[in-house]
Write a protein that binds this ligand. Sequence first.
Ligand code: AMP
Length: 411
Amino acid sequence: MSVEKTAMVAKAVATSKRFKLISDLDVEGRRVFVRVDFNVPMDDDRRITDDSRIQGTLPTIRALREGGARIVLASHLGRPKGKPKPEFSLEPVASHLAGLLNQDVMLPDDCIGDAPRKLTQDLREGQIVLLENLRFHPEEEAGDELFARQLASLADIYVNDAFGTAHRAHASVSGVPKLLSDKAAGLLMAAEIEHLSRLLNNPPAPYVAVLGGAKVSDKIAVIESLLLRVNCVLVGGAMAYTLLAAQGFDMGDSLVELDKLEIAQRLLRKAEARGVTFLLPEDHIISESIDGSSSTQVVQNGEIPKGFRGVDIGPATIRTFQDQIHGAKTVFWNGPMGIFEVDMFAKGTTAVAQAIAHSGAHSVVGGGDSVAAVRKAGVAPFISHISTGGGASLEFIEGVELPGIVALYTR
Ligand code: AMP
């Protein structure tokens, strides 16, 4: 994306009076379709293991309830692949939400058809219906117009509070709002837009981006766009190995995307040309296995033997990254520094989470793994904004106009 286009998108979003907030709408007595992200993790007994996505939407639901709205919630859950499957029912979410709100949450057995039509017609002010999993119908992900019409017929007003799916042009995300002229961003969506816009619109320098995770190929577009705005990029996780391999280092048996070496070289050249400090790990924790069953060693770049893999950043890299983060005024973080799911390999990721929390910078953390690491390290309260959208937050800071946000524009 060109510098001009990124700047244009940033301006459009930052001055984002292009969409309404729920406080701009008169919801009393009207049926409000609220696209939420209740795609929560569950254990084998279908118990919710992390309800933060539900908690995140409570302010919007409460505000609508207080305003006297008749509330119709809609979400996806998991990947039922377009078929009704009991193991993907939103039933556990409905019960959990009912407990949190201390009121009944009605759950019809489908999101379209007679049952939801009747329930939504009979809804009284302040009452809540949660439609069954939208992805029981393949039309949801296909962005089907007829399906969107059926959903839209259940309500008078549209509210989107599901930032995590705003980058998908699905029927409930971009189809329904095209059909309902009274529409607004929910409180969670508005907070996401506000915090993430600050990263696009003259963020206070130094702006440090910390990127990790498995593959550099997933993050090329976002790195390219970050190079236009940041002062420093810190890269950890396996994605750093491809960049190091592109510099000629032998990475042993570490995860390297061999077909991406040229792109990696190009990225490194771009960073240099723009004068952005681009730091890769100088040392590594290596192991013969990735499940924590073998011992670990610390090695410098170029010293990873055959049969060994990099599993985390090393202690010298941690110090370098901490120094950069401590001096930052703005920080964005996405992706773990190693295989953090294994406790033995989580040191680098935890150290980054703590450094960001103590930096005093405007900090935004996105992506399931980084968010989990922040929570595990107990530092979530010290992060300015924990984004509920991994992919969506990456696309947003890349400067892409997300379909779910564009669909809310009223001017
Ligand atoms: P992503 O979805 O691209 O953000 O990648 C997250 C995944 O990257 C996590 O499951 C990590 O375990 C994995 N990861 C991070 N560092 C490494 C590494 N050094 N080797 C293998 N996998 C890694």
